[in-house]
Ligand binder design. Structure first.
Ligand SMILES: Cc1cc2nc3c(=O)[nH]c(=O)nc-3n(C[C@H](O)[C@H](O)[C@H](O)COP(=O)(O)OP(=O)(O)OC[C@H]3O[C@@H](n4cnc5c(N)ncnc54)[C@H](O)[C@@H]3O)c2cc1C
Length: 396
């Protein structure tokens, strides 16, 4: 069997590795691997603390995905010889003022009603877990099951794992046309690949999808051979992110992810083992791809309100990328047609969901679990999530 995966972000790379290590001949096409949302993502594996009121259906995918991460990361590190940056450890959720505390307490009640493990702790306990937190907190909660990874390192490990397999290869090109149905194919700048299955993993990349016989498309990737016009409404939700770096002799965060609410606005602080501290993230739908000055100001102001000592770190990088958002904030994940599997629109959760999405793609393509799965849940353990909420046809 031969699969062509279009898009080498965290989703496409994860799917490709899952397919390739199961023995499928796998080609990944992308002009800029891991240069999209994956490059900016903080890497919180936050099945619990990313829960939003309207996103209950996501739990069917996000909770098994979070549970799969530790063994999946270990398998990937063994296959690639590289660190993924996976870091187990809890997440502290802190409130700057009494209004923030009330909001977080309401959210905690909704999470508890769904069986999600978030406990209220004292601010003293929060400061014992993260001594850089300000003593002027109004409230604190802890989620023990939410971990983190470094998406850039994870993507690099996936590329290395793919390069180590004789049946996988990457093509550095932009796909311009894909065909589903009889004789699936991918055309890219400079070539064409015929295959048994196309896996569409273009994140927020523009897709123009129509029924059979659609005319030439000026921009974006044209999908052909579908039974009817397929709408994949993915919109860019920009996020500004700061990367701080610890300095010798300077303050060192403890390793807990800190998520805060400051005057009703969210901020998160993700300390990595290598001394990087990621601060994010704004949400903008203004179409501006550059880093927003106002966003940088707010993130620094709110992060320093919660952890004043962060002001002593170096500001190493600012970056903005677009989350691929859908109208209901759920991914478009499933079989769109014979020969075409869709895995786009992962919005705020693509890193968390990558391992589960990869297993789902492999199951949709119909490949058996690779031998390495003995150490973790097999795809068949993950895929019985209810696929209906993620149906790629639901907006068509
Ligand atoms: C600021 C920010 C913070 C985030 N934090 C988190 C977090 O903490 N935890 C979490 O789980 N998620 C987080 N996310 C979300 C996560 O980054 C995305 O959901 C995830 O990266 C989506 O992965 P993807 O592979 O679908 O898309 P992308 O990473 O955007 O990759 C898509 C790839 O497709 C390629 N492509 C597009 N069109 C074509 C084409 N025509 N031909 C070939 N290739 C093509 C692009 O070049 C790109 O490499 C965050 C996102 C942002 C922006």
């Amino acid at each position: 069997m031969r699969c062509v995966v279009v898009g080498a972000g965290i989703i496409g790379l994860s799917a490709a590795w899952e397919l390739a290590r199961s023995g499928v001949e796998t080609v990944v096409v992308d002009p800029a691997p891991a240069g999209g949302a994956t490059a900016a993502a903080a890497g919180m594996l936050a099945g619990v603390t990313e829960f939003h009121y309207q996103e209950r259906d996501l739990l069917g995918l996000s909770l098994p995905a979070a549970a799969k991460w530790p063994s999946w990361a270990a398998q990937l590190e063994a296959a690639s010889g590289l660190s993924t940056g996976f870091r187990p450890g809890g997440t502290l959720v802190v409130a700057a003022d009494s209004g923030d505390r009330a909001t977080l307490a309401d959210l905690r009640a909704a999470q508890a009603a769904l069986g999600l493990a978030v406990e209220e702790i004292t601010t003293r306990e929060a400061r014992a877990a993260e001594p850089l937190l300000t003593p002027r907190l109004a409230g604190a909660f802890r989620a023990v099951g939410d971990h983190q990874t470094d998406p850039r390192r994870t993507a690099a490990a996936l590329v290395a794992a793919l390069e180590a397999l004789p049946n996988a290869r990457l093509v550095a090109a932009r796909a311009v046309r894909c065909g589903a149905g009889a004789g699936p194919f991918v055309e890219y700048d400079g070539g064409r690949l015929d295959c048994d299955e196309v896996v569409l993993a273009t994140g927020g990349g523009m897709v123009r999808a129509g029924g059979t016989g659609e005319g030439p498309v000026r921009e974006g990737l044209a999908l052909e051979g579908l039974p009817a016009p397929l709408r994949l409404p993915v919109r860019p939700v920009y996020g500004d992110v700061l990367r701080l770096r610890t300095v010798p002799g300077g303050p060192l965060p403890s390793g807990n992810v800190v998520r805060g609410l400051v005057g009703g606005q969210s901020v998160y602080i993700v300390p990595r083992a290598d001394g990087e501290v990621v601060v994010g993230a704004t949400e903008r739908e203004d179409g501006r791809a550059g880093v927003g000055a106002g966003g940088v100001h707010r993130l620094l102001r709110d992060a320093l309100r919660l952890m004043p000592a962060l002001g002593e770190l170096d500001l190493a990088e600012t970056i903005a990328r677009a989350r691929p958002g859908t109208p209901d904030n759920l991914p478009l994940l499933g079989r769109a047609a014979p020969g075409l599997v869709v895995a786009v629109g992962f919005h705020r959760h693509g890193v968390l969901l990558s391992a589960a999405a990869a297993a789902a793609v492999a199951a949709l393509v119909g490949v058996p679990a690779p031998p390495g799965h003995a150490a973790g849940p097999a795809p068949s353990d993950l895929v019985p999530f209810d696929p209906a909420p993620f149906d790629p046809w639901r907006f068509s």
